[in-house]
Design a protein around this ligand. Structure first.
Ligand code: MTE
Length: 330
């Protein structure tokens, strides 16, 4: 991964949303989120041609997990992306992913579980949705604050009942294109994705967590941001968000989740195991071999900020790694 600066022209204030946050603080979120949904529907009437998207039923604000830091604007979050299946240029992902068709969509959950199940995306959208405003730190040393909407991954995993042998959770992104891996059977579906050869990493994109990380209350499956369904470029229709880890762990457009007893392969570790480990916890004390991880540039700001241990979530997650050498398990 390389570092690239955001253009000042890409930065615009999101005063509307900040006003909405004040409403959240005032405790009248329910009415406001309903209004957001209605506004969204007004500007996006469901047409005959497009498959109907399930309305997100309830959105509750999780104030104790959410940061009070100022969120980045919708424009910043949706125009500065890493989604290598579509483009390796951050500014081009949004236009390249425009035609990505995300209905019908299923997420197959299986492996070491009692009750394997294929979930339809519209059923996942019926899970109670929560707003989580999280810091997001990319391994490339830039960061954002993103108001996600979604639900704890634990809620999904509880439904399939992991077996006691399950120790890890493996995730896979939808892929339709060509792969360098002859064992990969590609799904039939809409294209628009580039080849592994052009992207420089193998597809489908895969990620993994230890089971206790996956069950942690901060780990969510995100279905939207800023109260709107997930934009294609951010991983529609459903993606992982693990806020104390570098952004590449937060795999997009998930089609498959498998519980395993061994550590699953992960895309960036497969691409370069010296630079990207399985854990990839945000850690200002362990530098990337090619740059420092001690500081970061918040998109929209000019000076850098100090990077916080576990991206500022140490109180909640440090216990998961008690006794581990974080230089070895980077
Ligand atoms: N998931 C898939 N399938 N493909 C990708 O290229 N990029 C990762 C992660 N998830 C990526 C992915 C990286 S490197 C980052 S920093 C985040 O997505 C970026 O998420 P964002 O574009 O929503 O900010």
């Amino acid at each position: 991964m390389s570092q690239k600066a955001v253009k000042p022209s890409e930065i615009t204030p999101e005063s509307t949303y900040l006003n909405r946050r004040n409403f959240i603080r005032a405790g009248i979120f329910a009415g406001t989120s309903l209004a957001t949904g209605l506004t969204y529907r007004y500007f996006n009437p469901i047409s005959e041609k497009e498959p109907a998207q399930t309305e997100i039923s309830t959105v509750s604000a999780q104030t104790e997990q959410s940061t009070k830091e100022k969120p980045n604007t919708f424009e910043e979050i949706t125009n500065y992306n890493n989604f290598y299946e579509f483009s390796t240029s951050k500014g081009r992902v949004a236009s390249a992913a425009k035609g990505f068709v995300t209905r019908p969509w299923t997420v197959e959950v299986g492996g070491l579980v009692n009750k394997p199940k294929v979930f339809d995306i519209d059923d996942l959208l019926k899970f109670d949705q929560e707003e989580r405003i999280y810091r997001f730190r990319c391994v490339e040393a830039w960061s954002m604050v993103i108001p996600w909407m979604g639900f704890p991954l634990k809620k999904l995993l509880d439904q399939v009942e992991p077996l006691s042998a399950a120790k890890y959770v493996a995730f896979e992104t939808y892929y339709h294109g060509s792969s360098t891996n002859p064992d990969v059977k590609l799904p039939i579906g809409p294209n628009g994705m580039q080849s592994s050869f052009s992207a420089g990493i193998d597809f489908p994109y895969v990620e993994g967590l230890r089971l206790d990380e996956a069950l942690h209350p901060l780990t969510i499956l995100a279905t939207g941001l800023y109260g709107k369904p997930m934009p294609n470029q951010n991983g529609a229709p459903i993606r992982l968000v693990v806020p104390w880890k570098y952004g590449f762990k937060s795999i997009k457009s998930i089609v498959k989740i498998t519980l395993t007893d061994t550590e699953p392969p992960t895309t960036w570790n497969l691409a370069n195991s010296d630079e990207y480990g399985f854990y990839s916890n945000v850690n200002p004390e362990v530098d990337h071999p090619r740059w420092s991880q001690g500081a970061e540039r918040r998109i929209g700001e000019f000076s850098t900020r100090t990077t916080l241990m576990f991206n500022g979530y140490a109180d909640q997650v440090a216990g998961l790694y008690a006794g581990m050498d974080l230089r070895k398990y980077f």
